[in-house]
Design a protein around this ligand. Structure first.
Ligand SMILES: C[S@@+](CC[C@H](N)C(=O)[O-])C[C@H]1O[C@@H](n2cnc3c(N)ncnc32)[C@H](O)[C@@H]1O
Length: 235
């Protein structure tokens, strides 16, 4: 573990300890943290690994997107969603992550031919450089990424980017730990949400089409409580 990296030992309900840690330490260490998480653990042992990303696929199916629609999976990690979208025939998939190690694992699993059909963007969602200049996208998919942004400024930057990129009539899937969910993940504090909080962040131009709570079983057998939401941008 990175020597600058402190595991969570404070009471998460007392935000002060973790907030100052986030401000002071994490700013420069996030990329290193995530690279190491992917480098030291087999993908299917990661605490967020899904053999089949069923809840995401269920919501994506409801969007009735064309096969050439631009689908952006933010903080994709090494998740199996890209594999499944390719199998379904989607041709315009963009996979983003802060961690190049994560995306390299995903590329290796897909193999050269399939990974050549995906656009790969290593970039920070809260300080985007490359992502900022993407074309309008039809789907923003986030599972287990937004909840790591504890600072108001990070959340604002994340939602500013989302609103800049998602086209009118485009869709947003946000899956985060819900209010009964764990208070940390991968040794980091998380900010939990319910559907109303996500609606407030997105604003009135986004209409909530569907929301459900979902209990995810980690490879260790532990349970994690998520909320899945599907929004459509109306204007
Ligand atoms: C818990 S994992 C979830 C990965 C994937 N979405 C999934 O469902 O398996 C969180 C992911 O968010 C990525 N991440 C964290 N902070 C990020 C940031 N600022 N910008 C882009 N990706 C980030 C991490 O590298 C990691 O892959």
């Amino acid at each position: 573990m990175n020597e600058n990296y402190k595991p969570i030992s404070c009471d998460i309900n007392s935000r002060s300890c973790c907030s100052s840690f986030t401000e002071v330490k994490l700013e420069k260490d996030f990329k290193s943290h995530w690279d190491k998480a992917y480098e030291r653990t087999e993908t299917d042992k990661l605490g967020w690994y899904e053999i089949m990303p069923e809840p995401s696929l269920l919501l994506i199916d409801k969007c009735k997107l064309s096969k050439n629609a631009a689908l952006l999976n933010v903080g994709a990690g090494a998740s199996t969603l890209v594999d499944e979208l390719l199998k379904l025939g989607y041709e315009n998939i963009i996979a983003n992550d802060l961690s190049s190690s994560a995306l390299n694992k995903l590329k290796a699993r897909l193999g050269e031919e399939k990974s050549d059909n995906v656009r790969w963007i290593v970039d920070d969602l809260t300080r985007p450089t490359v992502l900022k200049s993407l074309e309008p996208i039809a789907l923003w998919h986030d599972r287990a990424v937004l909840h790591f942004f504890n600072e108001k400024k990070e959340q604002e930057d994340y939602f500013d980017l989302l609103k800049k990129l998602v086209q009118t009539d485009g869709f947003v899937i946000l899956a985060t730990f819900n209010l009964n969910g764990a208070t940390n993940c991968s040794g980091l504090p998380v900010h939990r949400y319910n559907k109303e909080m996500l609606q407030e962040k997105l604003g009135a131009s986004f209409e909530l089409l569907e929301a459900f709570d979902y209990t995810y079983t980690m490879p260790s057998g532990s349970l994690r409580e998520y909320v899945y939401t599907l929004f459509k941008r109306m204007k």
